[in-house]
Design a protein around this ligand. Structure first.
Ligand code: C5P
Length: 322
């Protein structure tokens, strides 16, 4: 008989963290029968992380979730939260009770187009898998992630990847080097379904197809900054601008201040600006902040690894949170 795992009540707490993302390319096809849209997207995991601690709970207690961080008043602390649902789904898959105390610390801006909720789900999968000693194979964790949401599998994998399907089918993009970004975080969020619905409204009568980002992927592999800058793009941007016209000012200001490229991140309203170096990021962040065209400015780089246990941080290729 193999030695039994310690009972949950005595297992030590587990800390996981997961990154947000920016889409360097987001091409949206027609709506599918299931309500989702076929995508071709390039995900870049960026150095802004949410942290999640999972602690053992008493038998039968179920999931308990507390949330801290800035601007978290609109984040549900119940089964609507993706981290909560991730814990429940993993427990159901492993055939055990979902008894866990989750403490979530949010640094990724909420409803901002940066996949903060998806990052929390990815962190919960990794943390609970360790806490409960379920030791699921990677492909099972990825399948559960894809079930939870379109961006969760990417938040688990991290790096730089092509996403197809509704975004959950991932192919890593093997490109060396680091990309520097400035994120202009807007006042208030945008609802992802509302942005997709606005895009459908704007494209009524059209038969859009998701375009593959082959040229962008080649430019990323070649570390061709002007090439990448000329090829990034997001079909959801026109819908986000339609719902939030003031984002035009933010994008224009970033361009005037010398960003190599600027685009709305995911469904917005965060605007992501690509810059040449860490120094250029600091300068653009200061100028954008002074221009008063957004609520707050964050500097980030990518690609960074996906969701992982915090004690694994600091290994080769990993970075401290930015
Ligand atoms: O998968 P997730 O729960 O993150 O998606 C949130 C919403 O975004 C969906 O309910 C849908 O309205 C929209 N969506 C979409 N097509 C995708 C991804 C998301 O229409 N590929």
């Amino acid at each position: 008989m193999s030695p039994a795992a310690p009972p949950a009540e005595t297992a030590p707490a587990v800390l996981a963290r997961a990154p947000g993302k920016v889409n360097l390319h987001l091409s949206v096809g027609a709506p599918r029968r299931d309500g989702y849209h076929e995508l071709a997207t390039v995900f870049l995991a960026v150095s802004i992380y949410d942290e999640l601690t999972a602690r053992p709970a008493e038998r039968g207690a179920g999931v308990a979730l507390s949330i801290s961080g800035t601007d978290t008043t609109d984040v549900p602390a119940d089964e609507q939260n993706l981290a909560w649902r991730a814990a429940q789904l993993l427990a159901a898959h492993a055939g055990r009770a979902p008894d866990v105390i989750l403490e979530l610390t949010k640094h990724i801006p909420v409803a901002a187009g940066l996949a903060g909720g998806s990052a929390d789900a990815a962190a919960a999968l990794v943390a609970c898998d360790r806490l409960w000693d379920t030791r699921l194979p990677r492909r099972d964790l990825l399948a559960l992630a894809a079930e939870l949401g379109s961006d969760v599998a990417f938040c688990l994998s991290g790096g730089l990847a092509l996403g197809t399907g509704r975004g959950e089918r991932l192919t890593p993009v093997l490109a060396a080097g680091e990309w520097h970004l400035v994120l202009a975080v807007a006042e208030g969020g945008l609802s992802t379904p509302a942005v997709y619905a606005e895009l459908d409204r704007l494209r009524a009568g059209e038969r859009p197809k998701a375009r593959m980002p082959d040229a962008l992927i080649n430019a990323l592999r070649a570390r061709d900054l002007p090439g990448v800058a000329g090829l990034v793009g997001n079909d959801l941007q026109r819908a986000a601008l339609s719902l939030r016209p003031t984002l035009r000012l933010t994008l224009r200001e970033g361009a005037d201040l010398g960003a190599e490229a600027g685009l709305v991140s995911g469904s917005g309203p965060t605007c992501a600006f690509l810059v040449a170096s860490a120094g250029a990021a600091v300068r653009l962040a200061a100028s954008l902040s002074a221009a008063g065209v957004c609520r707050t400015v964050r500097i980030a780089h990518g690609p960074v690894p996906g969701a992982r246990l915090a004690h694994a941080a600091g290994g080769p290729g990993s970075r401290r949170p930015g």
